[in-house]
Structure formats: C-alpha cells, structure tokens
Design a protein around this ligand. Sequence first.
Ligand SMILES: *Cc1c(COP(=O)(O)O)cnc(C)c1O
Length: 374
Amino acid sequence: MKIPFNKPYMTGDETEFILDSVATGHISGNGKYTKLCQNFFEQNYGIKKALMTTSCTDALEMCALMLNLKEGDEVIVPSYTFVSSALAFVREGAKIVFCDSLLNHPNMDTSLLNTLVSSRTRAIVVVHYAGVAVDMDVVMDIANKNDLVVIEDAAQGIDSYYKGEPLGSIGHLGTFSFHETKNIISGEGGLLTINEDKYVKRSEILWEKGTNRSAFFKGEVNKYGWVDIGSSFLPSELISSFLFAQLLKLDSIQSRRLQIWNLYQESLKELSDIIKLPVEFSYSTNNGHMFYIICNSFEERSNLIEFLKNKSIHSVFHYLCLHKSEFYLKENSTVSLPNSERFERTLLRLPMFYELEDSDILYVCECIKEFFND
Ligand SMILES: *Cc1c(COP(=O)(O)O)cnc(C)c1O
C-alpha cells in the first residue's frame, strides 16, 4: 500500500451543507455561509473583520491593492515561501526586497529587518511557515517605527498562536488559505483578515468589484455604484458551505494532526544527532500543519526521497527560493540568502494528513532510520 504525501480530508458533512446552501436559493457570494465562516473567524480569533476570498493569493492581492503602491515602493518578503507572497505585490508595481530565513527555521530572520528597511519600504509580508509564528513583536515594532503595513501570510497558520494571539490577528492585514493541501479546506479558498479600522471599508469595496454594494446592504448608502478599483474576490456560497462543515470539525482535525506531528517527533528523536528535526519556539504554538526533517545535503535528501519512494512512501521537498527564480532575476541582480538556500536544498516534508494511521507513521520513521543507520 502506498503512503501519499497528502490526502484531503472530508468530514462527511460537506454535501449536507452544500445542499442547504442550494435550498436557500442564494448561491452567489456573501450569503448565509459566507457570513457564518466570517463570523467564525471574527468570534474565535479576535479578528476585527474577516472576508472570504477565492484563495489566499486573492486575499494577498487585496492587501496589495490596499497599499496604493507607487513605482519604486518596496515590500519586504521572505524568499523561502510560495510565489503568491511576493507576486501579489509585484503585480501592483512593488520592488521586492527578500529576507533570509533563520538559521534553524524557515521563518524570516527578523534581526535582518532593520538593514532591509529603506525610505521606500511600504510593507513587510511575514509567512508563518508550517503554522509556526514569526517573532511578531520584533516585526510590529520595526513596522510602527517606520510606518509600515504588516501583512501576515497565515496560509498555513490556522488555529496557531504567537504569545497567545491568533495568527492573522496581529498584523494590520492577514491572509489564510483553504486549498486542499492545508489543515481546513474547501478545494480552493481563502480569507482576508483586517485588524485595522482604516482598511475595513475599502476592503469591502475591493471585494465587491469596486462598488459600495456592502455599504448599500447594510443601509449605509441608498444606492450603490462604482467608487474604486476592485475585482470579484468573493467565493460562492457553495464554497463557503463546504468550508463551514470543515470549520465545525476544526478541533478534532487539529488534535489528530498534532498527534501525528508528535508521533513523528518522538519516533525520530534518536536521529537528532544525524538530521535536524523541527525546532519549536516558546513564543509560538504548533498547529500540526507540516512535519519536515532537515537533511545534511541535497544529495542526501535526493537519495532519501528515492529510498522512501521504493518503500511506497511519498515525501516531498518544498519551496525554490524566490530570489533565485527566473522571473525575479529577469529584473533584479542576485543576492545571497544562505539559510533560505539551505532549506531549499535540504528540507524534506513527510506524509501528513488527518487519516494517516499511527502504523503508517511508525513505518515511515522505521524506513528513515534504516536509511540513516545502514
Ligand atoms: C498555500 C499557500 C499560499 C497560496 O494559497 P492559495 O489559497 O492556493 O492561493 C500562499 N502562501 C503560502 C505560505 C501558502 O502556503
């Protein structure tokens, strides 16, 4: 039997909620289930305003629009991340300044931020890799001193906390993903979180194709029309009803994922002199999004992937550094970000999904031990 890297988990309640959304007769966006999902985040995670989007990428694009960027404006982004964390801002004309990872974790090294901030810097995008928080006190302090907007790319960060504060509620803006590879899913899907009053009204306008339709439905204006730029960022009720079924099972999904994570960590402990296991920070919780190991070299990792593949186990590497991408190098010169580049070569993600059995986890760990001990 093959052990896949990921298997999207369906709670079994999704179709019932979709049928209910169909029965309401309202299947476009901003209906009953859109509001239920948004309320869920606002009530459980202390978020001022939550807006469902069709992806995390879309939510990041909304953030970029809210910055009103001008030619030459700079946005600081980690290099070891998904394309969207940078691309959303590039599309609005930003110059991306890449930040290296920490020595022992893919998250951005916040001690570098002071050297990266210039008079042109407008925003810092932080990515909470594997749902582990970036050191937000440092980021917010630098942002406040330099009048910068902080955007949390919390695509992987659902139900995780920094010093007790939910991820996505700390920066001025935040984004989540419900892509089928994340903890809570709707196939494709995302969320924008707005934690600052001054962005609330504009975000609703951008969300509704540049119209003040949201204000109209709240009775704040007596007709609605075209007032700003925007796009069709809101998902249909079919997507939100699927997601709501998942949100109701959040606690059991999170606790099983954490068990899986802990079993990996415990079972692989004896290899901790040979490979690196994920580090934990006192300021952050873990949300069981991902389990990875750090190999000693690119060759070792390639051999291990092949070894596991021959044992029917699918393990995968992760990001290719954005600062070395073909697209970035077309317009920019190379920089060296040694920690991000090392994670690109050596980080390996192991199978991680709700239905993964303990026996499978132990088998994966046995195979890894066999690889390193022989
Ligand atoms: C998954 C992911 C995204 C993209 O999410 P989509 O919903 O697919 O647009 C962006 N950033 C990070 C860090 C991610 O992990």
